[in-house]
Write a protein that binds this ligand. Structure first.
Ligand code: FDA
Length: 305
């Protein structure tokens, strides 16, 4: 049943008509639990509040189905606006983005032009940029572009997904770049030909790559809400005398906020992924797919409005 619901929400997340409709009607159905607001001003207030509590942030301007150059350029403009706001308001925040929003599916020229514009602005404002990882069909291209950009810019990192069979090899190959990587379980629906279908195997692979990347001496962001993985990371750091400055935990805005504060109080770096913008629908559906228990919360939200 749970798997059916996951598949259903992932299916809904890809619906263009609903995405368009949602944009027109503004944050609904309890989406504001996971999305900071529709404008950079609203997101800034949320970030300031999180920073006051000792939480670091990475901000993401949401955008789905970007398939022409004009839209990709606008997405990049909005990311640059976010970077300039971080600099001006002195927010403790990085930036995250999806390369499909910057033109990955349009052409190499478009995506590289936009990424370089963003990374220049980020360099000027001392902001670190993480390239989110999308579905398997884009993994190789994303890594190729990441490597190219990493040779030109210091302030860029990307994401590696534990559910893919290729991941261990990617971690090994990326080591020569000494990259700052965010490690995650993986959020997309992938075929068993490319990804571990059983959760237990994903969790084991997650631990394996955390250990590899941390022991390679590279900065590691462990992005999870899973207590077992968090405990594993803490123990690994103690056992191998890895300083708390060498790694951080990351969670999504609105998920396990008490745990986020608990980690800060224990002296760990804790970064919250804060999405904002009018294109909230796909992101919201993916969060529901991850944890169908959230649906009860959404239903309550629907009846309140
Ligand atoms: P999982 O979903 O297995 O949950 C483990 C446990 O965590 C649960 O059993 C429960 O105990 C607890 N838990 C989870 N949700 C909870 C909730 N709402 N309330 C209370 N407890 C809860 N993916 C991707 O493919 N590309 C990317 O670029 C990114 N980027 C990214 C950034 C950040 C900061 C995060 C946190 C995650 C991502 N992801 C991602 C998503 C990631 O791949 C994954 O889908 C989700 O983090 C869910 O997996 P968990 O590791 O949290 O464990």
């Amino acid at each position: 049943m749970e798997q059916l619901m996951r598949d259903f929400f992932l299916f809904l997340s890809k619906n263009r008509a609903l995405t368009k409709l949602a944009k027109r009607y503004g944050l609904r159905f309890g989406a504001s639990r996971f999305v900071a607001g529709e404008t950079i001003e609203l997101a800034t207030r949320v970030i300031q509040d999180l920073n006051k509590q000792g939480l670091l942030v990475t901000i993401d301007y949401l955008g789905e189905f970007v398939d022409n150059e004009k839209e990709a350029n606008e997405m990049a403009d909005n990311s640059i606006l976010a970077i300039e706001t971080i600099g001006r308001e002195k927010l403790q925040s990085q930036l995250s983005l999806k390369m499909t929003s910057m033109g990955l599916d349009i052409s190499d020229n478009v995506v590289l032009h936009n990424m370089r514009r963003i990374l220049e602005a980020a360099k000027k404002n001392d902001v670190f940029v993480t390239i989110d990882m999308e579905d398997y069909s884009r993994a190789q291209k994303t890594l190729d572009i990441f490597k190219k950009l990493k040779r030109e810019y210091e302030n860029v990192g990307t994401v590696i997904q534990a559910y893919l069979y290729r991941t261990e090899k990617d971690i090994k190959e990326l080591n020569e770049y000494q990259p700052n990587l965010r490690l995650v379980k993986g959020a997309y629906k992938e075929s068993p030909e490319v990804a571990f279908p059983v959760k237990r195997d994903v969790d084991e692979n997650f631990k394996k790559i955390i250990k590899m990347h941390m022991l390679n001496g590279n900065y590691t962001a462990v992005a999870t809400h899973d207590d077992a993985i968090i405990e594993y990371t803490k123990q690994l750091a103690i056992e191998h005398r890895i300083n708390n400055a060498q790694f951080e935990f990351q969670m999504l805005y609105g998920i396990r906020p008490e745990k986020q504060i608990e980690l800060v109080e224990e002296g760990y770096k804790m970064r919250v992924y804060v999405p904002y913008g009018t294109d909230w629908y796909g992101y919201f559906m993916r969060r529901l797919a991850e944890r169908p228990a959230n649906v009860a919360f959404v239903l309550k939200g629907m009846f309140k409005k």
